[in-house]
Design a protein around this ligand. Structure first.
Ligand code: BGC
Length: 285
């Protein structure tokens, strides 16, 4: 079916694909999994055969809805409320996962937020909040996961790797973003956290990678796509001519979590419709 390159903002344009059960028998934890990208990733991992812990901080009902969807695929799932920036809550979340699922094979470090403001007006509270959740949260969860991967090692019948970590970054690990200094700083930090971890733990057969989404249709950036003028402005930044859908990211996550990407280590996969290609230079410069 032919599609217009400038879809109405409400229409999903991620093409349907068949998900094979490439993650059967694996245990996954997805943080921030009751909305947006995290929700799509959690459901896709379940569809691919993984049992999934659905971490969230606000919204019990939406977390339960994600759990129900995952169970429909025949996978196990439960919701766990925890603040990823709290060391104690992260420790308790992993302790429960070890009790209920026995181990962890896949961590998707997804939880993140924005607290935008002009630089001169940025409060320390909003600086700290974004760095604590987006960056320190990834550190705390990754540290727990690596401890378990090291303890357990490779189980060849499950995966060629001793564990996989996927860090949700952003095009803003590369693209400076005025009005969002705290957010861009957190994503730049994720890049070197991911690469440093990847380098350090690869000899133990642990694969750490990142996904850098561009503009994806989620609640974090509603103002960028909900009206036609906003959508058209956004499209000047996206050479491929459509907004990303959460499923575009979920499919990348399933691949990075599976043995299909077994030789992919320390890489950031940009899923951004070409946003990082400096589209302004297509006709200028
Ligand atoms: C941000 C979105 C933004 C996108 C592209 C993401 O990391 O969370 O708000 O639309 O980057 O700029």
């Amino acid at each position: 079916m032919a599609t217009s390159i400038n879809q109405p903002p409400t229409r999903s344009t991620a093409p349907p694909v068949t998900v094979h059960r490439v993650l059967t028998g694996q245990k996954a934890l997805v943080t921030g999994a009751n909305s947006g990208i995290g929700q799509a990733v959690a459901i896709a991992l379940g569809e691919a055969g993984a049992d999934v812990v659905v971490n969230y901080i606000d919204g019990d009902a939406s977390a339960e809805a994600v759990v129900e969807k995952i169970r429909k695929f025949g996978a196990k799932a439960y919701a766990h409320k925890a603040d990823v920036s709290s060391e104690d809550e992260v420790a308790a979340m992993f302790a429960r996962m070890m009790q209920q699922f026995g181990t962890i094979d896949i961590l998707v470090n997804n939880a993140g937020l924005q607290r935008d403001s002009a630089f001169q007006d940025m409060t320390l509270a909003n600086w700290n909040k974004v760095l604590n959740v987006n960056l320190t949260g990834q550190f705390l969860c990754a540290r727990e996961a690596v401890l378990e991967f090291l303890r357990r090692g490779v189980v060849p019948s499950i995966s060629s790797a001793a564990g996989k970590i996927i860090c949700m970054s952003s095009v803003h690990q590369e693209i400076p973003w005025g009005g969002h200094a705290n957010y861009a700083t957190s994503k730049g930090g994720i890049r070197l956290l991911m690469e440093s971890m990847a380098q350090e733990v690869a000899p133990k057969r642990i694969r750490v990678n990142a996904i850098a989404p561009g503009a994806i249709r989620t609640p974090i950036n509603t103002s960028a796509w909900e009206t036609r003028p906003a959508y058209e402005r956004l499209m000047t930044l996206v050479p491929y001519g459509r907004i990303g859908e959460p499923d575009d990211i979920a499919r990348a996550a399933v691949w990075l979590a599976s043995d299909h990407s077994d030789y992919v280590v320390g890489t950031t996969l940009f899923v951004d419709g070409g946003m990082t290609l400096y589209p302004g230079f297509a006709t200028g410069g």
